[in-house]
Design a protein around this ligand. Sequence first.
Ligand code: BES
Ligand code: ZN
Ligand code: ZN
Length: 489
Amino acid sequence: MKLNALSSFEELLERADMLSIPSSKEGMAGVYQNLLSKLIPSATLPPLAELMNGKSGAIMLYGHQNNKVIKIQVCYEGEKMTEALAYSLSKKMAIKAKAENAENIGFVVHHLESPQLIQSAIAGWTAGQYDLGLYKKPDEQSKKSNQNTLHTYLPNGTATGLAQDGISVGLVQQEIMTLVNMPASHKSPEYLAQWVQRSAAQYGYEVEVLDKNKLTSLGMGALLAVNRGSQQPANLIVSHYKHPEAKKKIALIGKGVIFDTGGLSIKDSKNMHYMKSDMAGAAAALGTVEACARLKLKVNVMAITPVTDNSVDASSTKPGDVISSFAGKTIEVIDTDAEGRLILADALAYAVKQYKPDVMIDMATLTGSIIAAIGNQAAGMFTKNDELAQSLSAAGDASGERVWRMPMFDEYLDDMQSDIADLKNLSDKPYAGSITAAKFLEVFTNEHPAWAHLDIAGMSFQPNGFGKGYCATAYGVRLLLKWMSQSET
Ligand code: BES
Ligand code: ZN
Ligand code: ZN
């Protein structure tokens, strides 16, 4: 997406055959007075009260400018404009606008009140241009439209760099969505490693890929146990972007299961195809590092992602097997479908030992239980650190990528004790599955004082406008960017 920042609203009108205007309900009076009434003759412009007939709405109008007809798309939602709303509304509008087949859409943002609102709107608009038809032949109409350019007018005092950053965030999200939507036929641990290497070379950050031999010599028994049934060797990808002025080291650990069949504790086939999204945590962690590099943020952030399939084979790990782990603890694998906690156990222990991060946040599509508990409205957040919980919650509310704190009482770990090994990967009780999973992870963090686990199973893959069904959301990237911008890093 290229930025075409025009120097006046008049120039934008000349360039565009359609305008898209996002607004809050409160902002509609200004939109009406300053934009609509200038473009549409008063005889044909209905009164504002008639245009706005609900809690939210989408209006399509026709204006005249320089002897041409110009389509005007106005969408309003919410009382007041916030960054979360600017993003989500603009994303929705971009998806809707595609159907209009306009050649050059002017995205109107100069009525928004702050540079942050403008940046969020531009990020949403950019993300909304995403095309889910990865393997479809492009149709003639979409070839004609010029949606690779963002035509806009930035109000006085808004730097183009800020708009450009909004575009970068949206583009990172598009890449993440592609990785997550990509089927297992098209991705592998190796593919993901190459993706990171390309990105690191392009945006100037470091990457190290630990291959299967290295994982073996390091003793990553839990990651290798999950990889046993797979034809493709596991790896552990470490990407690292560091600004010289950054003070704290942040480690983002992401679950990278390329496809989760469940292993020998095989999943029901009904929704198994969704399990191509089981690497969304890794994608979000890696994408956040790329975003930090593109935005040149003053942070020191690394992504540490264990990547493997969870497949069915004669050599797959069997229920009841006892495996070793990087931390030195033995684990009885009761259920091979609880594989995320196994690969994260090794990645967390390795992160702590090797990098000694100040803050450690893991993101994982870890349990169906978190969806049963809180649905698709927030990720489950598990941490004993109140300050971290508070700052992540604030960033979640501000970005719209919400988190909701869950309990971490030590008693939950009692149900994970094994008779034969140091612990087992499944609770005795069929309750509180997302919490017992988090307690399992905690064992491998070496009591890190600033660790949070985000169970993003309900957030990273859900119906979100790009198609008829479930697809990737890129959840996590904007949450963490917001969190970093709000915290002392
Ligand atoms: N990848 C799944 C969790 C998941 C479920 C993600 C639905 C997204 C949507 C995970 O590996 C898994 O299978 N978890 C099991 C754990 C159980 C066996 C203890 C689950 O949640 O059912
Ligand atoms: Zn599983
Ligand atoms: Zn899984």
